[in-house]
Design a protein around this ligand. Structure first.
Ligand code: UDP
Ligand code: MG
Length: 321
């Protein structure tokens, strides 16, 4: 710990979370008082349209350990989290959802593991109250698929709630990608990792920002960021279909030689045509997904833009009081 830097940085991405913030602060305060160390709570306002920013600023005025970073628009949770981790000054950072689904009380256990010498402590959900069977089943399927396809091992049932030590934070800053699938990046950097377990609570107030369409896109994002198997699958499938077509051609030639040439086979032709068309479109789609990502990365735009920062640390940029 250096003179000015806190021991623990809590990183809270907030998008329309006005109703949750004071409850969050109260619970965090109670937990952090007990740890005895110094701390800060870095809250990122990710383009909220309610009065999240005003509530955050009120908290900041009452307690300067609440640092507020206001992004220029809604960049999405992954970008908001990246902004928070970039700005965290602590020896460890702990991302926390603003809706109290990640119980702050677990911070104790995370810190204990860190003191035992671990760099990454994952908080693994034993249960997910208040989430539908379909969401649980699709999440389960997603982890199975991505871990089979990808070389990094992304732990199942682990959200962004975890402890990251300073070396891990520095490692994350070195990853240049613009499209940030944080769960994957956390796993990719490695380091000594362990887990603690907890029961996930339902949202305190407000609605989840995720629907199935966003979740589907999130899953595609994760898979295409961490696996090239779909690309290889496209070529394997192409090879397999070509082989089938070749065998069929041999069959037709031999058939013609033995029985002569009848004008028949409209159904089989249509089936082959449609099947091949479908396979080709799918393969093109897969290539398109990767090409699109390559294009995004090549633009090298920043992951997020900060409108203003409220902090008492003179070393950090403040654009406007
Ligand atoms: N969030 C964000 N930007 C977004 C969407 C969500 O910063 O565009 C934040 C949100 O405020 C919350 C966290 O990400 O603190 C998790 O969001 P949510 O609770 O909606 O997701 P779920 O818990 O259902 O996965
Ligand atoms: Mg939530």
């Amino acid at each position: 710990m250096t003179a000015n830097n806190p021991d623990v940085s809590l990183v809270v991405p907030c998008h329309n979370e006005a109703e949750n913030l004071s409850a969050l602060y109260t619970r965090v305060l109670a937990v952090m008082e007990k740890t005895g160390g110094s701390w800060e709570m870095v809250c990122i306002n990710d383009g909220s349209t309610d009065d999240t920013l005003e509530r955050l600023l009120a908290l900041h005025r009452g307690d300067s350990r609440v640092v507020v970073i206001d992004l220029s628009r809604n960049f999405g949770k992954e970008a908001a989290l990246t902004a928070g981790l970039d700005h965290a000054c602590g020896d460890v950072a702990i991302p926390l959802d603003a809706d109290l689904q990640d119980p702050p009380e677990l911070i104790h256990d995370l810190l204990t593991k860190w003191q035992e010498g671990y760099d990454v402590v994952n908080a693994v959900r034993l249960s997910r109250d208040g989430e539908s069977c379909l969401k649980r089943a699709s999440a389960h399927a997603f982890y199975r698929v991505i871990n089979r396809m990808s070389e990094v091992d992304i732990p199942a049932d682990t959200g962004d709630f975890r402890l990251l030590s300073r070396p891990v934070l520095e490692a994350l800053k070195m990853l240049p990608e613009r499209r940030r699938f944080m769960k994957g990046l956390f796993a990719w950097v490695g380091f000594r990792t362990t887990s603690v377990y907890y029961h996930r609570e339902p949202r305190y107030a407000g609605k989840t920002k995720w629907n199935y369409w966003r979740l589907w896109n999130f899953a595609v994002e994760g898979i295409t960021s961490f696996s090239q198997v779909p690309l290889q699958l496209a070529s394997h499938l192409g090879l397999f279909v070509s082989l089938l077509a070749f065998l069929y051609a041999v069959y037709l030639i031999i058939g013609t030689m033995i029985y002569g040439n009848f004008v028949k086979g409209y159904p089989s032709m249509m089936v082959a045509l449609l099947f091949l068309g479908g396979v080709q479109l799918m393969a093109l789609g897969v290539i398109g997904e990767y090409l699109g990502r390559l294009y995004e990365e090549s633009k090298r735009r920043p992951v997020y833009l900060v409108r203003n920062t409220w902090t008492n640390d003179p070393n950090r940029q403040i654009y406007r009081k």
